[in-house]
Design a protein around this ligand. Structure first.
Ligand code: ATP
Length: 384
């Protein structure tokens, strides 16, 4: 189904992938394992047509050469990517995210069947269809991300580190779900740092080191390979017969990334200046809406009117697309920040138009006040 041959990617002078060849067949889970910086994400991005680097080689999907095609044409060829960090529209609802996933032409005639398939896999999304994605747990957001990708009716699902940031329990659920996706006949190409869990569900695997495929085998044999155990599964280090950890590539750093980066103060200043000047600029997410409840008023969102209890595909797709595009232009991340343990919805920003620096000062003052209060509460015998 997917055939990759001689795939090479360079970022400036830095060769991130070098002559990679791999295959994925229908209904097969294939995992790419590799150390940080080995080139795993680059491989997925190059296959999906969203790589920032210079790409050479050939990618063929179901007999069609898709090497030089733009990303949306690659989706039409049957490849869907769940990028690292999920790539969901955090300020849209579950239903809207799924509707967006069904936008490609190849999916439109089969939208209802695709939706049934997604909801059969992830029944929790039925009751959450009107929940704003930002307010969901990491595992639930991952279900939305996979569901959105599956709405494009893919023959191949590619996933970049889908278990990143998930608890062990949610990771287990995720890998079980991927197995169920595979059982529907979809091929899966998976990049994972969780070698143990991914080899447990995979049919085959590739080891990627410094941009080269150094080994390929069945998942069973990889799991029992002493070198793989040593490098990826926490086994005895002495057993390694191949160097598994990406060695630093001397004098080949990509020019886009400066050797001496900005100082933490520069980064903090840039982050503060990127904050919206006023709280209205980035609306707080709406709380979860129970299925039967009336819609939450979302005055702050410049969105077209949303049908209250419309069926999932009663959504006007054009409006949803326009809203997603507007959200992207306004700078709302498509990837939500990690959800804190604080009660949802997230607290609104202070109702002032203070600058980023002022808000930082306010936050520091509050921390100092809290520290003083804590000191005052200390039991007398522990005071110095
Ligand atoms: P990780 O597991 O840490 O995500 P990875 O195996 O996915 O790593 P890639 O993200 O593919 O690795 O990166 C491979 C190499 O290419 C790294 O050295 C990285 O710094 C470099 N690289 C990736 N993207 C870019 C970019 N846009 N510009 C310059 N260099 C890049």
């Amino acid at each position: 189904m997917l055939e990759v041959r001689g795939l090479s990617v360079s970022y400036g002078q830095h060769r991130a992938l070098d002559g990679v060849a791999l295959d994925v067949k229908r209904g097969e889970i294939v995992v790419i394992l590799g150390a940080n910086g080995a080139g795993k994400s680059t491989a997925l991005k190059a296959i999906s047509g969203i790589c920032e680097g210079r790409v050479a080689g050939s990618v063929t999907m179901q007999g069609e050469d898709i090497t030089a095609l733009p990303a949306h044409r690659i989706v039409e060829s049957g490849i869907a990517l769940v990028p690292e960090g999920r790539g969901v529209f955090a300020d849209l609802t579950v239903a809207e995210n799924l509707a967006l996933g069904g936008h490609p032409a190849r999916a439109r005639d089969e939208a209802a069947a695709n939706l049934d398939r997604v909801l059969a896999l992830f029944p929790r999304l039925i009751e959450r269809k009107r929940q704003v994605v930002r307010t969901m747990s990491g595992g639930e957001q991952q279900m939305v991300a996979i569901g959105r990708a599956m709405m494009s009716n893919p023959a191949l699902l590619t996933l970049d580190e889908p278990s990143l940031g998930l608890s062990p329990l949610l990771s287990k659920e995720l890998f079980q779900n991927l197995r169920r996706v595979r059982d529907t006949g979809i091929g899966i190409l998976l990049v994972e740092q969780n070698a143990r869990a991914s080899l447990a569900i995979a049919d085959r695997g590739y080891l990627l080191e410094n941009g080269h495929i150094v080994h390929a085998d069945s998942a069973d044999r990889l799991r029992n390979d002493p070198a793989v155990q040593a490098a990826y599964l926490g086994g005895g280090a002495t057993a390694a017969r191949r160097p598994m950890v990406a060695a630093p590539v001397a004098a080949a750093l990509p020019p886009q990334r400066a050797a001496a980066g900005p100082s933490p103060a520069d980064i903090a200043a840039a982050a503060m200046s990127a904050l919206p000047a006023a709280p209205q600029a980035r609306p707080a997410p709406a709380a979860m809406v129970p299925l039967a409840a009336p819609p939450v008023p979302q005055a702050a969102r410049p969105a077209p009117p949303r049908p209250a209890a419309a069926p999932m595909f009663g959504l006007a797709l054009d409006n949803v697309v326009a809203e997603a595009a507007a959200a992207s232009r306004a700078g709302y991340g498509t990837t939500p920040p990690p959800r804190s343990a604080a009660p949802r919805p997230a607290p609104a920003l202070p109702a002032t138009t203070a600058s980023g620096a002022d808000r930082l000062q306010t936050a520091l003052a509050e921390i100092e006040q809290a520290a003083a209060a804590a000191r005052a509460c200390r039991p007398a015998h522990r005071r110095p």
